[in-house]
Design a protein around this ligand. Structure first.
Ligand code: UDP
Length: 240
């Protein structure tokens, strides 16, 4: 776990957003992984995902508070979270400002419809090259369509680890583009799924709110978080 955490972006949100802005302007191909404990634990279980996380070309940002807390256990200071939802909104703003192009892939057809309307109404500077909901059978065919269109930003919302694997496997086919696997961010931004109340966010308990209202996540919580803490403690002990 330590190797993932050591690789995780350590500066703040503003610095990250300005770096992303530069990459967008320079058309520098970039792959961002928004990490939470569940993702890091998954890296330890799955060789391909481990490779993706450790690849020099991928940037890991601290989406979950558990990543920040875990870093502290190794004496690494990470100032704040950089979430998938906020990064998505930031990329939308930047594409609007610089008249850059986007392709959105994932979530339900209903959510995607709302995203389209939102962009047309509020971010008219964005050149929307394509949208596709995430329930189509042939996901690779969608990636081929994206390749043919060469967007400046590609957001993939299919859930972990599928979205990251799909991006990684296709990255060589692109000369430019900022790629991010954004999980449930379209659900939140389209207003379909509410983010936790502000107080939960402020107290760093957004994860608790999400889990409490979604029994399907209880097992994932155990796998990704309880096991995560045990793994971290063991690594810290072995490092001493
Ligand atoms: N999703 C999808 N196709 C699928 C399964 C999921 O497009 O076959 C979408 C789902 O609609 C949601 C997103 O993937 O918008 C991520 O879901 P979740 O909140 O479970 O992801 P997490 O961020 O927790 O990984």
């Amino acid at each position: 776990m330590k190797e993932y955490i050591e690789k995780t972006y350590r500066k703040g949100k503003d610095e990250f957003y300005s770096e992303i802005e530069e990459k967008l302007k320079d058309e520098k191909k970039t792959f961002v992984i928004t990490a939470n404990p569940e993702i890091l634990t998954y890296g330890k279980k799955d060789k391909q995902f481990d490779k993706i996380l450790l690849d020099k070309e991928t940037i890991i940002v601290p989406d979950g508070i558990g990543v920040i807390k875990g870093a502290k256990m190794f004496g690494i200071d990470i100032p704040e979270r950089i979430t998938g939802v906020e990064l998505t909104q930031q990329l939308m703003k930047l594409c609007d400002k610089y008249k850059k192009s986007m392709y959105l892939f994932g979530a339900t057809a209903e959510v995607m419809g709302k995203m389209k309307t939102l962009i047309e109404q509020k971010y008219s500077g964005i050149q929307l090259l394509g949208t596709q909901n995430g329930y189509v059978e042939d996901k690779q065919a969608v990636m081929e369509d994206i390749k043919a269109k060469c967007p400046d930003v590609v957001l993939v919302a299919l859930g972990v680890p599928r979205q990251e694997k799909l991006i990684y496997d296709n990255l060589n086919g692109f000369n430019k583009g900022i790629f991010v696997g954004i999980g449930g961010s379209f659900d939140v931004i389209s207003g379909t799924k509410k983010r936790a109340p502000k107080l939960f966010i402020k107290l760093n308990l957004e994860w608790l709110y999400r889990i409490a209202f979604s029994p399907a996540r209880w097992k994932r919580f155990y796998e990704g978080n309880i096991k995560y803490i045990f793994k971290l403690k063991k690594e810290v002990k072995n490092n001493k």
